[in-house]
Design a protein around this ligand. Sequence first.
Ligand code: M6R
Length: 577
Amino acid sequence: MCGIVGYVGKNISVKKILAKLQNLEYRGYDSAGFAYIKNNNIVCRKKVGQIVNLINATNDQEQADICICHTRWATHGKVCENNAHPQVSYNNNFAVVHNGIIENYNQIKEKIGINKFSSQTDSEVIANLMEEISGAIETRFFEMLKKISGSYAICLIERSSKKLYVAKNKSPLYISQTEDGYFVASDISCFEGNDYYSLEDGMCAIIDKDNLKFYKDSKPCKLQKTKNIYHIDDIKLSKFSHFMQKEIAETPQILFNIAKTYSKLVETIKYKNLFNNIKNVVLSGCGTAFHACLLGEEWINDTYNLNARAYIASELRYKENIIDKNTLVLLVSQSGETADTLAVMNMAKEIGAKVVAMTNIEYSTLAGGADFVLPLCAGQEIGVASTKVYSAMLAVFYILSTKNAKNTGCFNKIITFSRQISAKFDKNIIEIVQKSKRVFFIGRGYDGITAQEGALKLKEITYKDACGYYAGELKHGTIALVDENTIVFAIITNKNIAAKTLNAVEEVCSRGAKVVVLTDQNLSGNFNYIKLQTAADEKLAAIAAVLPLQSLAYEVAVKCGFNPDRPRNLAKSVTVE
Ligand code: M6R
């Protein structure tokens, strides 16, 4: 994870450059820093915490014509200024910002001499290797890259040359030219609509204020510019207090966008041939995207004569004999940059399987590497907790698992449904959750998966001890934890098994738990109630059920005084393995 920004051009305010770095804060926010060159010396400043701490420690008059900045999500070494980036070399000649992991850093450190290192990071080896190698800076840079292995987006400066030395391998990195000069960044959100270059793996660039040169294997090469389709409005809060709140509220519009986009997409030959000559479908993703895969698995199996199975990407990548060349590998990822999901893509491509990417980011590595892309049409999702994109994933799986979608009214069903959904619930529930020691989410069938997603949302932004279970499983062990300090959310959208889930409700009530039932059925009992709107299809009911759970997590986080957009220990884009 981590976000990096590099700049070379006119003298501009350092704060202006840091404002760009703030667009990348979703990638990590435990510490931040910058380095620029002044009178042939490197000026470096770092602060623990969000970028605003660094901005507050920066003078309005401070200017730079070359600068590198970084926002960190710690991998190697605790969160402290010493481990924050930039990392400066032992002779103060070089400063580097890095996103990724240098896997052979220990060997390099030992070779150079541990006493020459002042941080616990893997990244410091990049700067120190530059000191160790002799020759022109350019040659040293190419040689240094040969010595490191792992994933990296690197931006490096040297104190006497007004150049940015840039390299990419498995971590995203883009370059754009603006009126002020060249910017390098981990995400195109920093480029204010300007077109950009997307570095390929193994590529480097050397940039001064007038020139941008690309290299592959130390030799000059060419790269085409890409059109910037980024919507800057997505990163504005407008009337909302947090991005998570804004993003939940955007769900109806996104469902509408999906219906419109897919009513055309399903007519394309590539879409129509998606399942041709396929026996097995492997679905894979991480976290919330994996929960979407679990529903996708059920829905595809219920519709087609196929064997679909969902796997957690970080598990699947080490499993042999699951994917063969007749498997359709459907990878689900909001960001399209999740390292484990990308590793599955590479594995599947090596085997010769067909790879389909369901992603929200059309310019992502996943989208670029897949044979076919199923877009999620949701706009940028900034909040670390995935909300609107989860609903988008379910809507796309709903379309995908509807045979002959065009003629079944599937798109109209989505549009009608999008106008009815609501994330509302009785606010008293927030207080009960806040006071409860433990929160369980239970359901059967599709609702069992919604339960897991509800629990993930709550724990990641409220730090509550929350778990999602299949309702029938409770009595096989977990019910031992249920007492009067427990609140149980029971999700019931399938009338055939409603009575069975209600049995579990009775069992937890008997043990003193408070219960909230989320249902679109007419049920009565001694419990609180969240009434869900009736969906024209049971699959869409999974979206109706998850929305109030997302809102619940949001409201509890705010009530507890936590920032729901920036939960501790997390980052939006998990680009490390
Ligand atoms: O970008 P991706 O969809 O690949 O991200 C996968 C997970 O890291 C992500 O869904 C994570 O679980 C969210 N924080 C959940 O809200």
